[in-house]
Ligand binder design. Sequence first.
Ligand SMILES: Cc1cc2nc3c(=O)[nH]c(=O)nc-3n(C[C@H](O)[C@H](O)[C@H](O)COP(=O)(O)OP(=O)(O)OC[C@H]3O[C@@H](n4cnc5c(N)ncnc54)[C@H](O)[C@@H]3O)c2cc1C
Length: 336
Amino acid sequence: MMDVRQLSPFISVSPQLAPADVGLAASMGFKAIIGNRPERESEDQPANDEIRAACERHGLAWHYLPVVSGRIEDPDVAAFRALMNEVRGPVLAFCRTGTRSATLWALSEAPRLDAEAILRATATAGYDLGAQRERIQALAGEGGAPLQVAGKRHDVLIVGGGAGGQSVASSLLKRQPDLDIAIVEPRTEHYYQPGWTLVGGGVFERRETVRPMAEVMPKGVKWYQAAAAAFRPEQQLLVLEDGECLGYRILVVAPGLQLDWDAIAGLRETLGQNGVTSNYLFDLAPYTWSWCRTPARTAPSSPSRRCRSSAPVRRRRRCTGLRPLETTAAAGRSRG
Ligand SMILES: Cc1cc2nc3c(=O)[nH]c(=O)nc-3n(C[C@H](O)[C@H](O)[C@H](O)COP(=O)(O)OP(=O)(O)OC[C@H]3O[C@@H](n4cnc5c(N)ncnc54)[C@H](O)[C@@H]3O)c2cc1C
């Protein structure tokens, strides 16, 4: 019976695997298996060749990186880290109990992740690595980061510093203030989008809905002012527009929506004129209000009609959406 324990979405560890477990590991989504137990440590240990053959049958990559119990040396850690950077995950690593695999992961992540976060992750998985605390702390900040990771790794990396991204960061920090959280957001301004309804309704000025991004970033969050360009989930890496890579344990993606104005023929050309407007655009919300407060009268639509009468002609306004309708109605009422 397999006993798989997750350390991060990228890597899990387990006690000794049997060749028959490999199919199940494949069905659980693992893409690679790492054997950290040297051959013939005990009588009842299956041969690694059998596990390798099972991996081949089930389409998993097999990597053999044996370490002796209680003697994990720096070159072992460096080799494990290099493997983590090239292997396609999720990965399942095993030894006799899983402790050596968990220790290798903890030490290889030490230059990039917070020591306490590593110890918490391993403890949650059932491995008490408290005895490794000093070694993990000593590795912190060492130049052990892989070539791809020019920046840091973070416990939580958030793409998008809008309402969603910032709320997630604040909420997580409220529950766990020592979390290492970073937000990737290219804008220097933060927009309070619901406020645009109030701009369209004449209650807010447009400038009241914009604030400097630096002012609204939750305290304690690292802000990368850049756009995310690509995801490399197999390696738990995010690529920024300038090619820099950031590592993460958990990735949150909140880049917002892109409105497709061209989905309605002619809409883009007429937005902002002829009474066609939308509060969903920062630039147009003031036009909504200017339209709402203009008396509901207009010139007749044809010259012949204009000749017939000089009286104002009521024009119908079309509102899709309840709030613009209500603000228009409120504006009308306030004018009597
Ligand atoms: C007029 C209007 C009225 C609304 N009224 C309400 C309301 O009354 N109640 C309500 O609950 N909601 C309301 N909403 C909706 C609410 O504002 C949105 O749901 C919310 O802002 C969405 O947050 P978000 O973080 O998902 O997206 P956004 O706030 O749009 O933020 C996305 C962020 O991701 C960044 N980003 C984009 N691409 C990348 C990239 N490649 N790399 C890094 N960052 C990137 C953007 O720069 C942006 O800052 C309203 C919205 C509008 C427009």
